[in-house]
Design a protein around this ligand. Structure first.
Ligand SMILES: [Fe+2]
Length: 377
């Protein structure tokens, strides 16, 4: 069967199904200790099922067109279902790409690597010899200018620096974060937003004490909690942030005035683990509206609240990516649609940040980032 072109096509379809499933790993057991194991078991289980099916199918069919007629109806149905599901997936994605997704007018003004002292050496450093350099210590500072439909001219030029998905730990420690916070402060934005997943373990909350106090911006510093904060200790993390004079938005709106106009900065609680209460956000009034949401899958709410912009984190840009193939694991029901960068649907724009850390602290073909957004009308 290995010499049959149909076998190559079959393997390609199975590969598509594998990517489709692992790119939608949007459900997790509640306890973070199982997360890595859960992810690995999900990917290996999918592969094992696909391989077993292929081995058994290979016993009935040698993948030549003439032999197809004789194979049992069950195998015919299964093979047809495989082909149809891949066609369905691509049809849905192409429909979104062509008819739902709108062009975003954005410009990368600058992209610079943060220079770190040589004491910062990533875990699994040897991966670089295999072509998979661990980029966990290669943070970029990316500055974008983005033009938002109907954005009030009074808020044109407003700058926001976003830090997301720190996942404090052995490698993403105080020493390293101190450097990043200083870099972020040098960007002098009008406001800072920290979009969740500060910790993966409760024990790290005290270690971060005072870290974010150094962030100062004329319009304030705002934060959200992410699923990992809740899995570790959401209440403890909230208190720690508030002690650093950071306002934590949980289904809450901060009203910011500028030149007689109001910006409603809405913060929704985490999609997976937070409290669902959309009313305060749906009732928010403002000339300009921004939704802060840890999870990009909250984009439906940004559109419902008629926000000009949603700012999110969570997916880490895929975190572990492969050349040509892209990300393996994406914790979103939308697959690759909102994995990173800008997306516009209707008049609402989404920006998904790649994050700083990761759990585990490995990033390939997906550098960490600090982002400055300059909003223009
Ligand atoms: Fe998250």
């Amino acid at each position: 069967m290995f010499h049959q072109p149909l076998f190559t096509l079959y393997l390609f379809l199975q590969f598509q199904v594998f990517i489709f499933l692992t790119n939608r790993l949007a459900f997790h057991p509640r306890f973070r200790v199982f997360e890595t194991g859960w992810t690995l078991s999900w990917t290996s289980f999918t592969l094992a099922v696909q391989t077993t099916l292929t081995v058994f199918l290979g016993r009935s069919w040698d993948f030549s067109p003439s032999d197809w007629v004789a194979i049992p109806a069950g195998w015919k149905l299964l093979t047809a279902a495989l082909a149809l599901s891949v066609i369905g997936y691509w049809t849905e994605f192409l429909f979104w790409l062509l008819f739902v997704k709108k062009p975003v007018q954005s410009r990368l003004l600058s992209s610079q690597l943060v220079k770190l002292p040589p004491r910062f050496r990533p875990p699994l450093e040897f991966l670089k010899y295999l072509g998979f350099e661990n980029q966990i210590y290669q943070p970029e500072v990316n500055e974008y200018e983005v033009f938002l439909p109907h954005w009030p001219k009074e808020f044109s030029g407003l700058s926001i620096v976003q830090i997301s998905d720190i996942h404090y730990g052995k490698y993403i420690n105080l020493d390293y974060l101190g450097i990043l916070v200083a870099v972020a402060q040098k960007l002098k934005p009008d406001l800072f937003v920290l979009t969740g997943d500060f910790i993966s373990f409760q024990k790290h909350i005290p270690a971060m004490e005072g870290l974010f106090k150094k962030l100062k911006a004329p319009l304030g510093v705002y934060a959200l909690l992410g699923n990992h904060d809740y899995w570790s200790d959401g209440e403890g993390m909230r208190k720690a942030l508030e002690e650093d004079h950071i306002r934590v938005l949980r289904n809450d709106v901060a009203m910011i005035k500028r030149k007689g106009k109001t910006l409603a900065l809405m913060g929704v609680d985490d999609l997976w683990e937070g409290t669902k209460n959309e009313a305060p956000l749906l009732n928010a009034k403002g000339d300009a509206k921004i939704l802060l949401a840890h999870h990009p899958d909250h984009f439906y709410l940004a559109k419902k609240t008629k926000a000009h912009l949603q700012i999110s984190g969570h997916c880490h840009g895929g975190q572990i990516c492969f050349p040509l193939w892209g990300p393996l694991i994406i914790p979103s029901t939308k697959g690759r649609k909102y994995v990173e960068g800008f997306v516009r649907e209707g008049d609402t724009t989404l920006f998904a940040h790649r994050g700083i850390g990761g759990y585990p602290p490995i990033r390939t073909y997906c550098r960490p980032e600090i982002v400055k957004l300059i909003l223009r009308s």
